[in-house]
Design a protein around this ligand. Sequence first.
Ligand code: C2E
Ligand code: CA
Ligand code: CA
Ligand code: CA
Length: 277
Amino acid sequence: PQALRELLTQHQTKQRPAVPFATAPTVALLATAIEQKKLSIVLQPKMDIHSQRIVCAEVLSRWNDPELGSIPPDTFIPLAESHGLMQALTACVLDQALQWFVGSPLFAYGSFAINLSTSCLVDVHLADRIEAACLNLGVAPQKLILEVTESTAMDRTADCFDTLTRLRLKGFRLSVDDFGTGYSSLAQLARMPLSEIKIDKSFVMKLQSSADALKIVDATIRMAKGMGLTSVAEGVENAEVLNTLKSLGCSLAQGYFISRPLPAAQFDTWLKEYRAA
Ligand code: C2E
Ligand code: CA
Ligand code: CA
Ligand code: CA
């Protein structure tokens, strides 16, 4: 709170940045944006490859600042991470996601997913807070998938593991994101209370050009199946990749070929049209 206050004061004194992306003023703007709920969300569908039905939507956050323009998550998420703003950001994302989900056609037959970082999982009250936010809007925990990166999931810090276990016991589903980019062992993976593995897009995007990528994706899908987990390929950009994934027995696909991440209203319209087609 002290750091946040300092950052906000800094912002209020309207110090002009020497360069547009100087870190301090950007952090102050980000803190303000989170506080005033000015971050927005976009949604990207996860499609069941076999039935072609949309079964889930991943929630991704967006920051559009009137002065700085649109700042990519790969820039502002690490910034929020290193300045203690991730808990507030995640609360803001979950609120908006729930508001959207209860009014979306997906509510009746699908689920949604949000991303959680390590700095959120160390919060011992996180599981209770997420549960309260969901139940408050009548959303069953089974409807929400929590995506954590491979390195976060394998973080042996007691608090992280506790939070993930608590979330699982409450009925939330857990997904390992960016799988293949960390260094988890099979033993570690088997110990986690997981329901889904998301194969990192760096492998999926190279499926056609790299024999190694093909082997890695194939092995990951088999392993997921063997462990009773859903396999998701992210970064599916064309029909050839989707067909390869289908022949490998991958459960779900996500990527620009199906849809880019869309703002809430646009996503719902897209979904209705997709279902009608
Ligand atoms: P991620 O969780 O791995 O999300 C997938 C990223 O791949 C998204 O980037 C998405 O827009 C992009 N993507 C989807 N389909 C395709 C495709 O076919 N081709 C390519 N090249 N890219 C595709 P985005 O939205 O820029 O987010 C980047 C990362 O920022 C996310 O990676 C996630 O780690 C983080 N992030 C975004 N929003 C949040 C959030 O609310 N909380 C947390 N903790 N992290 C977030
Ligand atoms: Ca993700
Ligand atoms: Ca990912
Ligand atoms: Ca990623």
